[in-house]
Design a protein around this ligand. Sequence first.
Ligand code: NDP
Length: 293
Amino acid sequence: MSAEIIDGKAVAASVREKVAQAVASLKEKHGVQPALAVVLVGEDPASQVYVRNKGVATEKSGMRSIEHKLPETTSEDEVVALVRKLNDDDTVDGILVQLPLPKHIASDRVINEIHPDKDVDGLTEVNAGRLILGKPGLVPCTPQGSVILAKTVKDNLSGLNAVVVGRSILVGKPLSMLLLAENCTVTMAHSRTQDLASVCREADILCAAVGIPRLIKGDWVKKGAIVIDVGINRIEEDGRNRLVGDVDYGEAMDVAGAITPVPGGVGPMTIACLLRNTVIAGARRRGLGEVDV
Ligand code: NDP
């Protein structure tokens, strides 16, 4: 039997719809329009596309989008000065610094200058600490999107064995913390894990965030498991340029209970969760409580 395909595009659209409703309600009840400021340094073509897409999505949801495009030669101190200005700007609810920054700029310093309550990428040390401590904060978008997708299959994940392959700060670690918060029994696997295949076979929820095309084979997947494939890998195959995940989708399809495709799985959730974080941050910062998104 074939696995259920988790439709990330459809789930992302429904998250974006909820965000738009929350934005409309903030406007109507409180005259508030949340705003997201995105800072782009340099001319990296992929980053320019991401920033444009984020701007369009922000405006579509009814929020205000502010773009700061700085030349490649901008100094670290100048980027920090801009972030501080945005921190102090009461009309700005979310600040996102597009990564990677040019090599002469220390990303860590710049990111940690963002006020934690405007840190809609959830990457500051304060928000990482809040996540570990189980305190309300802003959570990184891709891991949040991954958990939302898993919960479309099974609303209550409590007690399930979750294996997260990959322990990056951006994906693996926060995803593990979110699954722990859902009361899963979490195993974090990485490049030094011994017998990764056996570890994966124990997973009721198997999350892959590695960056190696089709690393995870069909016979590493437990029958009926929920498979969340975060990986996005560009490969040449049959003379074509293709995007594939970290899971061998064709093989896993025959074993898993549900699986995210690549593309069209976790990918679309990232921007949706960025918008979600922005409206959450906007309401909290203004003392308007928690929005239902
Ligand atoms: P990183 O390169 O930062 O981390 C990769 C992780 O995989 C590391 O923890 C590494 O272990 C682990 N790893 C490497 N090789 C193996 C192996 N052979 N077996 C087990 N684990 C291994 O990547 P990211 O977390 O940033 O991204 C992971 C993937 O997710 C990429 O394909 C990326 O493109 C994609 N991605 C997708 C997003 C989206 O959908 N919007 C957003 C962000 C990322 P160790 O720590 O030991 O080195």
